[in-house]
Design a binder for this molecule. Structure first.
Ligand SMILES: [Zn+2]
Length: 114
């Protein structure tokens, strides 16, 4: 389950952003590209497990899914798609060069003092 390692990486990033001090994480805003291959429900579940006992325990994951962008390898046009792999709307070719959409971006963290 690779969502668990993603959740652990995410927690590390959150911790780096928090620094020392008595705070509790209420909410984490994420942007995830549709081609990242992340199952959102699995990520939420994995995060709940990984965050147990940390300052992010019980934090809400607010996730925005972004469509991915590719350049068609056959006809060269740019197109957007949802999911892991897209097909060119002009010539129908699958895949192409992925320009964006496989990233997970930590947008913001909402915290409260303990
Ligand atoms: Zn094409």
């Amino acid at each position: 389950m690779h969502e668990l390692s993603i959740a652990q990486d995410l927690l590390e990033k959150v911790e780096e952003n928090l620094g020392p001090g008595g705070v509790r994480v209420l909410r984490i805003d994420l942007k995830i590209g549709s081609a990242a291959g992340i199952v959102l429900e699995s990520l939420r579940f994995a995060f709940e497990i990984a965050a147990a006992g940390t300052r992010a325990e019980g934090a809400e994951l607010s996730i925005v899914s972004e469509p991915a962008r590719s350049r068609c390898a056959a006809c060269g046009i740019l197109f957007q798609f949802d999911g892991m792999i897209g097909s060119c709307p002009r010539c129908g070719r699958l895949g192409g060069e992925l320009l964006s959409g496989n990233e997970l971006v930590l947008q913001s963290i909402e915290v409260a003092d303990v």
